[in-house]
Design a protein around this ligand. Structure first.
Ligand code: ATR
Length: 320
């Protein structure tokens, strides 16, 4: 009988790069799937400084590394070092996953996928087409979330972006518009129709409101998303009265620590669906795991599963 020799079996290596890296939850969640699917692989955490980034990435193919997760502060500055970008990464201008294939570096952004998948799962595929969303914050996370809200299948029609520093919200709006335009040009250029969201982007409206007006903008909104660091352990609280939200609105907070933020508590007190940030983090990791460790379905078919058991395992890591 032929068995795979443990010496000869190639262990697939991937990991996360960032600076600092000690608090990354990625090793925990990829480690969970490696065990669950019995994949002969490892997932490392590499502290890579901004100065080291280029050389580190260039060394990936020769070191036989399947790819990396990318976290702060490299998500945007990594782009010039990569050979190809996927649709989401080029639209958002940020990469959270690198896949090495045939010696080339492919940059992807799975944050959009993670956000959309978790929102759909938690709202049982509610139809948001043509609806209004309010987004607090205009940083990197807001960019991915806005792309997810405007694109199919969510296809929101109206986005209200509110940020303490208004100019950053204005800049985000321009970036989204530019990203959409570039995407649509490419879309019509090569005739591919896979980006069915193109038409929806055309009819969407992006409005900037002042931080002081945040409570007023909640009227008629179907979704409120906090993408700021407010409410996070060690940060200032997020001060917002959500009583203007309609009775069927969904409240989403990307803060993962604490898991139950004051915003989510306020939503639950009004019996509004409250969606926490951990699901986005878990779901964004799934396509990356598949691409590195099992692109040919040798160990499991489709994407690795995000289960309640896995959530609890990862939450333990947050509490520590
Ligand atoms: P990320 O890229 O992860 O989204 P970020 O770029 O640091 O992180 O963004 C943090 C967000 O929280 C920003 O929108 C920031 O607002 P500013 O652009 O005005 O800095 C927001 N934020 C942080 N502290 C805040 C505070 N005390 N009040 C209001 N907004 C705050």
């Amino acid at each position: 009988m032929e068995t795979e020799s443990p010496v000869l079996a190639t262990r697939i290596l991937a990991g996360v790069i960032g600076d600092p890296i000690a608090h990354s939850l990625s090793p925990k969640l990829h480690g969970w799937w490696l065990e669950r699917y019995r994949v002969p692989g490892e997932y490392a955490a590499w502290r890579v400084t901004a100065e080291e980034l280029g050389a580190f990435l260039a060394s990936l193919p020769e070191r036989g590394i399947a790819g990396v997760s990318v976290t702060m502060p490299h998500k945007e500055t990594i782009i010039p070092h990569l050979d190809f970008l996927d649709e989401a990464a080029s639209m958002i201008g940020a990469v959270n996953t690198v896949v090495v294939k045939d010696g080339k570096l492919y940059g992807r952004n799975t944050d959009v996928y993670g956000f959309v998948t978790h929102l759909q799962e938690q709202t049982k595929n509610r139809d948001f087409r043509g609806k209004k969303a309010v987004i607090l914050g205009a940083g990197g996370a807001a960019r991915a979330i806005c792309a997810g809200l405007l694109g199919a299948p969510l296809s929101f029609r109206e986005l209200v972006i509110i940020n303490r520093t208004r100019e950053k919200a204005e800049r985000l709006k321009e970036e989204i518009r530019a990203g959409i335009t570039a995407m649509l040009k490419r879309d019509t250029g090569n005739g591919q129709k896979e980006i069915s969201s193109g038409v929806d982007h055309f009819v969407s409206e992006i409005i900037i409101a002042d931080w002081e007006d945040r409570e007023n903008t909640l009227k008629g909104a179907n979704l409120l998303v906090n993408t700021t660091s407010l409410g996070m352990k060690g940060h200032e609280p997020l001060l917002i009265d959500i009583s203007n939200l309609p009775n069927n609105a969904v409240v989403y907070d990307i803060v993962t620590n604490p898991q139950e933020t004051a915003l989510l508590q306020a939503a639950r007190a009004r019996a509004l669906p409250a969606v926490d940030g951990l699901g986005m983090l878990l779901h964004q990791a799934a396509p990356a795991f598949k691409a590195w460790y099992d692109p040919e379905d040798r160990y499991f078919s489709g994407l690795p599963e995000v289960t309640q058991e896995m959530r609890e395992f990862v939450i333990e890591g947050i509490r520590i």
